[in-house]
Write a protein that binds this ligand. Structure first.
Ligand code: ADP
Ligand code: ASP
Ligand code: MG
Length: 413
């Protein structure tokens, strides 16, 4: 008998009917003799609704109270699913994060899991219960409720699978696996049979929100076998694994990720001297604003233009900081642009194939898209472009790298 952790996302538990369907599915696994721990999200839209309520009361609610509020969504679905299982004659118990004791740090709204007390869960599993755990939430050492950041139920599931040494962690969602790019944006997107942790981590970090970044990090670190599947359609889904597929079949590019969550700031005409970068980015960091892509150009008149991106939500604060810095440094001007997007091609195959960057740039040039900034890592190339060309860029890259074709076609050719 194996132990499986199954996580069902918001749309999969978005109505009573869906919860009943999830209960049918879980019952089948139980009937096959598997031990099952289920992690559920809040009903789709619920977390956003709760955040909206908070903002009706206060512009900047205290993070502690925000966590008390948004964690309620997951508690509703755990109880409803446990009832639906009970109705089917399946013994089930629901728990919230603090009852399991998913211990986290105290970073409200983005807490990290430190430790999971698995004693109670093991006792229940041994007694034949299906355990239904509220995703996305934990408790700090003082007993305060914490949450793990948007999409955090994925991380709850992976962390539980690691703590319980489960045989597999299955992430059930509204798509039947991880695709070469978001299937809601590109019609020709293709489901991947498998992808490495490393690639999945880059895809998630670069904006593919099919899995929360920390869930992938966790799964890689503890080598948790992880699979993304459709909640209500049968199929193999996508396996996220340590190993690359055999080398012949390893495509250069696994997928394309993108996001619209960043904004660009430029400080122009800064007198060029040693330490300029730290004088500009130091105060930005002190304001707790994360910087992503950075480009600096030196002009012939010994001034420099310095451009960087920040999270779009941080733009107003970052602009304030930069205006102050501009006065101190005697810079000419500060420009802000929130209408940008980041597009990234990701693949471990890049390590052994050259020319990926030039192929990417010429595919974009062919459709007239101007690249504003570029950044690379060993298995990823990202560009910043005008937001209005995002979909065109993703589609062009998808066909240029032949992602719509099965990789074996290529190997056979
Ligand atoms: P859940 O509520 O189940 O956690 P999410 O909305 O968080 O579901 O994640 C699933 C969504 O991720 C899909 O509906 C899809 O639009 C999006 N997505 C983005 N990139 C990808 C990708 N590369 N492969 C599959 N889905 C993707
Ligand atoms: N309900 C939370 C969210 O919407 C957590 C999750 O669904 O994973 O972000
Ligand atoms: Mg999700």
């Amino acid at each position: 008998m194996s132990l499986i952790v199954q996580k069902f996302g918001g749309t999969s538990v978005g109505s009573i009917e869906r919860i009943e369907q999830v209960a049918d599915k879980v019952s089948r696994f139980r009937a096959d003799g598997h031990g099952v721990v289920v992690v559920v999200s809040a009903m789709s839209g619920e977390t956003n609704r709760l955040i909206g309520l908070a903002h009706e009361v206060q512009e900047r609610p205290l993070p502690r109270e925000m966590d008390v509020l948004v964690s309620t969504g997951e508690q509703v679905t755990t109880a409803l699913l446990a009832m639906a299982l009970d109705k089917r004659g399946v013994k089930a118990k629901s728990y919230n994060g603090s009852q399991v004791r998913i211990l986290t740090d105290d970073a409200h709204t983005k807490a990290r899991i430190r430790e999971i007390d698995d004693a109670r869960l093991h006792a229940d599993l041994d007694a034949g219960y299906v355990i239904v755990v509220a995703g996305f939430q934990g408790v700090d050492e003082h007993g305060n409720i914490t949450t793990l950041g948007r999409g955090g139920s994925d991380t709850t599931a992976v962390a539980l699978a690691a703590a319980l040494k489960a045989d597999e962690c299955q992430i059930y969602t509204d798509v039947d696996g991880v695709y070469t790019t978001d299937p809601r944006v590109v019609d020709g997107a293709r489901r991947l049979e498998q992808i490495t942790f490393e690639e999945m981590l880059e895809m998630a970090s670069m904006g593919s929100k099919v899995l929360q970044i920390r869930a992938v990090e966790f799964a890689g670190k503890y080598n948790v076998p992880l699979r993304v599947l459709h909640s209500f359609q049968d199929g193999p889904g996508t396996l996220i694994s340590l190993e690359e597929a055999n080398e012949m079949e390893t495509p250069t590019i696994a997928g394309i990720a993108f996001n619209r969550d960043e904004a660009k700031l430029t400080i122009l005409g800064v007198p060029d001297m040693p330490g300029v970068a730290s004088k500009i980015l130091g105060p930005v960091g002190e304001a707790n604003i994360e910087v992503d892509v950075i480009v600096q150009n030196v002009a012939e008149d010994n001034t420099t233009d310095f451009t960087f991106t920040v999270g779009r939500v941080d733009l107003p604060r970052a602009e304030e900081v930069l205006n102050r810095v501009a006065v101190e440094l005697g810079a000419r001007e500060v420009r802000a642009d929130s209408k940008i997007a980041k597009v990234s091609v990701v693949g471990v195959g890049m390590r052994s194939h050259s020319g990926v960057a030039s192929q990417m740039f010429s595919a974009l040039a062919d459709v007239g898209i101007n690249i504003q900034m570029i950044t690379t890592s060993e298995i990823k190339i990202s560009v910043i472009i005008d937001e209005k060309f995002l979909e065109l860029a993703v589609r062009s890259l998808h066909s240029s790298f032949e992602l719509d074709k099965e990789p074996t076609d290529e190997a056979a050719a």
